[in-house]
Design a protein around this ligand. Structure first.
Ligand SMILES: [Zn+2]
Length: 292
């Protein structure tokens, strides 16, 4: 375990953990496992140095997801909306059922809509006692700066390539390595691409490039419908490609800005088709395409 995580465990044992943690980097399952472990340490019934014991009632209930003072908040579909945060907020302010600490984990915190993030901010500004909120995020940049500045950032390093491959289970290893390259070595993105299907993704991005290059609306319209999750994935891959293109000098930085802006707008729960069309129009005007 790296030093930062070891220090966090120590802080949890000594009851001096920050009340807002922002996990970023690494893999979603790494973040989830460590959040569970912190919740166990905070609530385990054994003496400080033996926590988590994994066998007391609190430790077992937390692991099995039956601990009333341990709350998960996840995207319902592709985003975490304000209704979800408000419902969660009510539970956060209820008195503790049985635990020493109430622990909330917000998974895919990047997927919070702006109103949802603002509702969360209110809770953070008036933190209930003995409560720890953990935000799990692919990257810290996707989190509202006003939330980020109040959080202790905890970085999870990438897994070794070998461990990552093992964790994928039944997957063509050659393909996985190729996808990792496509994702700019971003293991979370690579996993998402594999789940989605790399051929479908490459085909779509290729057609989008052609439509932009040829300024061809018909080709552009043929790319729909896509859902929000797909659009977010495609934009991420296009951003990686644009970054690589900028380094090679084949792509102008303004393209990356346009893609980043589209990804931001998409997060605000706008129609994915509209976002992609606006992006295409902007790229038409820039006179560039997504390739050299
Ligand atoms: Zn225990």
């Amino acid at each position: 375990m790296n030093l930062q995580l070891a220090l966090l465990e120590k802080a949890a044992r000594e009851n001096r953990l920050a009340h807002l943690l922002l996990f970023h980097g690494g893999s979603a399952s790494q973040q989830r496992d460590f959040a569970l472990r912190l919740a166990q340490i905070l609530n385990c019934s054994q003496p400080m140095l033996e926590r988590p014991c994994q066998s007391c009632l609190a430790c077992r209930k937390i692991l099995s997801g039956n601990y009333p003072d341990f709350l998960w908040l996840k995207p319902l579909k592709t985003s975490i909306g304000i209704d979800q945060v408000l419902a969660w907020q009510q539970k956060v302010y209820l008195k503790h059922y049985e635990g020493n600490y109430k622990v909330s984990v917000i998974e895919h915190a990047n997927a919070m809509t702006l109103p949802a993030a603002n509702a969360l901010l209110k809770v953070i500004e008036e933190p209930p006692e003995r409560t720890v909120i953990i935000l799990n995020a692919e990257n810290a940049e996707g989190i509202l700066p006003t939330i980020q500045s109040r959080a202790q950032l905890v970085y999870f390093p990438n897994l070794s390539e070998e461990t990552w491959l093992k964790g994928l289970g039944e997957v063509d290893q050659q393909e996985a390595i190729q996808v990792l390259r496509l994702s700019g070595k971003d293991q979370n993105l690579a996993t998402a691409i594999l789940e989605h299907g790399v051929l479908i993704l490459q085909d779509w991005v290729e057609k989008f490039r052609t439509a932009v290059e040829e300024r061809d609306f018909l080709k552009l319209f043929a790319l729909f419908p896509i859902d929000k999750h797909q659009a977010a994935l495609y934009l991420q891959v296009m951003a990686v490609q644009a970054q690589e293109g900028i380094q090679k000098g084949t792509i102008h930085p303004s393209e990356l800005l346009a893609i980043g802006k589209a990804a931001d707008v998409l997060r605000q729960q706008v129609n994915p088709r509209l976002v992609i069309e606006v992006l295409a129009l902007e790229l038409f005007q820039q006179g560039g395409a997504l390739c050299d």
